[in-house]
Ligand binder design. Sequence first.
Ligand SMILES: [Zn+2]
Length: 128
Amino acid sequence: MSDDNTPVPAVEPIVAGLKGRCPRCGQGKLFAGFLTVGEECEVCGLDYSFADAADGPAIFVMLIIGFIVVGLALWMEVSINPPLWVHFLLWIPLTLVLCLPALRLIKGVLITLQYANKAQEGRWDRPQ
Ligand SMILES: [Zn+2]
């Protein structure tokens, strides 16, 4: 995050993250692949090397989608009591269909929020 002095219009981090756009200009693409973060913004040149969402997107996806899918599975089991194969047939594909897009959306939001809040790895700041 060394090029932060360039004047650019304010970008809403959550909107930019959900769209997969650059956290500084909101125009360039954040991702080079489905979940791979690009090297830099092709519009404003922001270096994406600061971007490190680590395990954050995965834990949010597991908690949110897990709550939804397990809740639906429990509700179905209690109210309809289907055979076990119906659960497998329904919940495994639904989990995949929900998790993959959510992973990209949440990763984008976490990276843009990381940029907006200037979050970075902790360092010792001792006087020399
Ligand atoms: Zn940009």
